[in-house]
Design a protein. Structure first.
Length: 148
């Protein structure tokens, strides 16, 4: 099955976030409805629900193209993605007025203050999560699709 390897790489890449993001949406809606939290779910998740699967698919296509040249393991390749996504997301959010960057932390939706001392461990956890997701889930899907 050697036809259309980039299409298969794209499909393997979009599979994981397409399954995970609706579960996160269910969690946010549950918190909003049960605890009456004033969290604007529609502003927070709609754009990532469209952009993240697309970027995962394109990132997997890039790995397929670059793997014979660079020999970078897929987990390490996937762990680089948050290094691109988080600054791009923060820049977009601050331009749209959703995120205010201060000297001691960031303010989300003029509602939630996150100090930088919390953001750093969350960023490291995201790197570890992406590494594991790419190594085990996307790597498995690539093997199933016959491209790894």
């Amino acid at each position: 099955m050697n036809t259309h390897p980039y299409l298969r790489a794209y499909l393997a890449g979009v599979f994981v976030p397409t399954l995970v993001l609706p579960l996160i949406l269910i969690g946010f809606i549950t918190v909003r409805l049960m605890y009456q939290a004033p969290v604007p779910v529609e502003q927070m998740l709609i754009f990532p629900m469209a952009a993240v699967p697309l970027l995962w698919g394109l990132w997997n296509m890039l790995w397929l193209w670059s793997a014979p040249r660079t020999h970078i393991p897929i987990g390490l390749h996937g762990a680089v993605l948050p290094l691109l996504l988080m600054p791009m997301g923060a820049t977009l959010a601050s331009c749209l007025g959703v995120l205010a960057i201060g000297s001691h932390g960031v303010v989300w939706f003029r509602l939630c203050f996150l100090p930088y001392t919390l953001i750093a461990p969350m960023f490291l956890a995201a790197l570890a999560g992406y590494y594991l997701a790419w190594k085990y889930l996307v790597g498995f899907l690539n093997r199933v699709m016959g491209i790894a």
